[in-house]
Design a protein around this ligand. Structure first.
Ligand code: 13P
Length: 254
């Protein structure tokens, strides 16, 4: 059985006090209201991760994640955060290849392959993002484009390494736009991507891979998206910044 997961991607939001308040609220609400098996990951700004650890329930289903890590372990890379640093403070997840990082920081598939390696070598679970632009969706081979993102950044992994990877399909045209992919569009892409994974790693490994949907998923539409057979949860941006909305999204994935 593949795991179900809801991850909040806070992006570059919240001051420290606001972050403490939000994590505390989410922990309380998720603890009291959610009884299922969904795992919850809060990907906050890295600067808060150490301090926020103390607000998580011990041994619970809620953990912290980073939003990026560098491919090198250490060195003269001003402003960057490495995978060993994240591991050393007990972080378990790291988002890699978010479209905003690809767009604004020029991250490439080849570089992301190295970041995936760094994450895995340090015991972190990569939440690897893929997805096409609006122009690609309307005029291009969007399926081929997204498959290539997976091939170029992940397919060098051994089967054992690949088993630790979570994938997030995030169509860029749906991120922060209020334009959600329909549940059918999400299901179609997830099924295709799972087949692509099966071609490399076999059916069983593909069936065991958690594939999240991201892009304007919220309290209103999450249940329908998560009900699709190949959608195993979500990577949530805007709606993860409000405790009640995020809790509703988590509940929708039970
Ligand atoms: P929104 O949920 O705000 O559209 O963001 C999605 C996202 O980019 C999550 O990584």
């Amino acid at each position: 059985m593949r795991k179900r997961l809801v991850a909040g991607n806070w992006k570059m939001n919240k001051t420290y006090d606001e972050a403490v308040a939000l994590v505390s609220e989410v922990v309380n609400m998720v603890k009291d209201e959610v009884t299922g098996q969904t795992e919850v990951v809060l990907c906050t700004p890295s600067i808060y991760l150490t301090a926020l650890k103390q607000y998580l329930p011990v041994g619970g289903r809620i953990s912290l994640g980073a939003q990026n890590c560098h491919e090198k372990a250490s060195g003269a890379y001003t402003g960057e955060v490495s995978a060993p640093m994240l591991q050393s403070i007990g972080v378990r997840y790291v988002i890699l290849g978010h479209s905003e990082r690809r767009q604004y920081f020029n991250e490439t598939n080849a570089q992301l392959a190295e970041r995936v390696d760094a994450a895995l070598a340090n015991g972190l679970t990569p939440i690897f993002c893929c997805g096409e632009s609006l122009d690609m969706r309307e005029n291009g081979d969007y399926l081929g484009f997204v498959k290539e993102q997976l091939t170029e950044s992940l397919f060098h992994l051994s089967a054992e390494q690949f088993a630790s990877v979570v994938i997030a399909y995030e169509p860029i045209w749906a991120i922060g736009t209020g334009l959600t992919a329909s549940s059918q569009q999400a299901q179609d892409m997830h099924r295709e991507l799972r087949q692509h994974l099966a071609g490399k790693y076999g059916d069983e490994a593909a069936q065991n891979t958690t594939i999240l949907y991201g892009g304007s998923a919220n309290a209103q539409n999450a249940a329908e998206l998560f009900a699709q057979p190949d959608v195993d949860g979500g990577l949530i941006g805007g709606a993860s910044l409000k405790s009640r909305d995020f809790t509703t999204v988590v509940k929708a994935n039970n």
